[in-house]
Design a protein around this ligand. Structure first.
Ligand SMILES: NC(=O)c1ccc[n+]([C@@H]2O[C@H](COP(=O)([O-])OP(=O)(O)OC[C@H]3O[C@@H](n4cnc5c(N)ncnc54)[C@H](OP(=O)(O)O)[C@@H]3O)[C@@H](O)[C@H]2O)c1
Length: 302
């Protein structure tokens, strides 16, 4: 007996998170891919034309993700990260599709000192954070009912530039690495986030007291500084290959000045998504092990 597949329009399909989505999509999904240069999220005409492929779900992984680059290109950041999700919400409303949009811990200012809840007041410090918050706002104000906004943090995985790959490269090139120790957050492995998104999409709309739609936080479990994260990356890397690095030096944020201000503490509570989607969330150290395994396996790593 044949069942109808759920059509999922994957926006930003060539990016890092999207690569995990394509790899881990359950067989009931038919993935339709959209990315630059053929598809531009800032074009209202191109976005609304997606109605012709009649997706049941629109999953937005596209963004202007260069946090420091956003400081210089504020207008582009606002159009892609702010206006883009608004256009997708309009499309979703037109065709009665579910919109899944990915947002960030950088919507918070990092001053809370305890894990952020979904209802905590966002107060972004950077243009990137402001533009991502604008994307959330445009979805919320569109009147769309069937949406998931999933905020995540410190993302790494196959198919993209990320902190883990940077540390791996530097650890094989240099004897000393200086890493910021006064910013705390939680790393997130793209495969875990992709799995969580599909589990969230599998929640029947009428099983929870209210609808399952809304804002969710997802990262791996635990918290660490960039210094702790780099230390663990080097420890695990040593089990796979030789490294040149001998010393990791903890430094304050001021010791590594960047254009965009980052939150000092951006750990998020995952209680809401854990309950709603019945998730077991791996500790960040365990997920890093899984990433190294994926990286060193024969399977496609792109
Ligand atoms: N990376 C992190 O640490 C992190 C942390 C928290 C939240 N997030 C969020 O997680 C999501 C996925 O991040 P990621 O790291 O997987 O992103 P990514 O690897 O940078 O991928 C983003 C994709 O979107 C495409 N894109 C950019 N502008 C576009 C446009 N105007 N129209 C269509 N496509 C466009 C990019 O194409 P080009 O490469 O050609 O520009 C790229 O293929 C984003 O919403 C991001 O804000 C990321």
């Amino acid at each position: 007996m044949s069942t109808t597949k759920r059509k999922l329009a994957l926006i930003g399909a060539n990016g890092m998170l999207a690569s995990a989505i394509r790899k881990l999509a359950p067989s009931e999904y038919l993935i339709q891919t959209y990315d630059l240069p053929d598809f531009d999220l800032t074009s209202r005409q191109q976005v609304l034309a997606l109605r012709h492929s009649a997706p049941d779900i629109i999953l937005n992984c596209a963004a202007f993700t260069n946090v420091d680059g956003c400081e210089e290109q504020r207008e582009l950041a606002m159009r892609v990260n702010g206006g883009g999700p608004g256009l997708l919400a309009e499309l979703a409303n037109n065709i009665d599709a579910v919109l899944v949009h990915i947002s960030t811990d950088f919507v918070f200012d990092g001053k809370k000192g305890r894990p952020y809840l979904e209802e905590d007041q966002p107060r972004p410090l950077s243009v990137y954070g402001k533009s991502k918050l604008e994307g959330e706002r445009q979805i919320l104000q569109s009147g769309l009912k069937k949406y998931f906004i999933v905020r995540t943090s410190w993302l790494y995985g196959a198919g993209g530039n990320n902190f883990v790959e940077t540390i791996i490269r530097l650890a094989t090139e240099r004897k000393e690495l200086s890493i910021v120790t006064d910013q705390l957050g939680t790393p997130t492995y793209t495969s875990d986030l992709a799995t969580a998104i599909f589990q969230l999409l599998a929640v029947p709309p009428n099983t929870l007291p209210l609808t399952p739609y809304g804002i969710y936080h997802y990262s791996n479990e635990g918290e660490c500084s960039w210094f702790d994260f780099a230390t663990e990356i080097v420890v695990q890397l040593r089990t796979w290959q030789g490294v040149k690095v001998e010393h990791l030096i903890p430094i304050p944020t001021e010791g590594y000045p960047l254009p965009a201000e980052r939150p000092k503490y951006s750990v998020m509570s995952k209680d809401k998504i854990r309950l709603a989607a019945n998730l077991v969330i791996p500790a960040w150290q365990e997920s890093l092990k899984a990433y190294f395994k994926q990286r060193n396996s024969k399977e496609d790593f792109s």
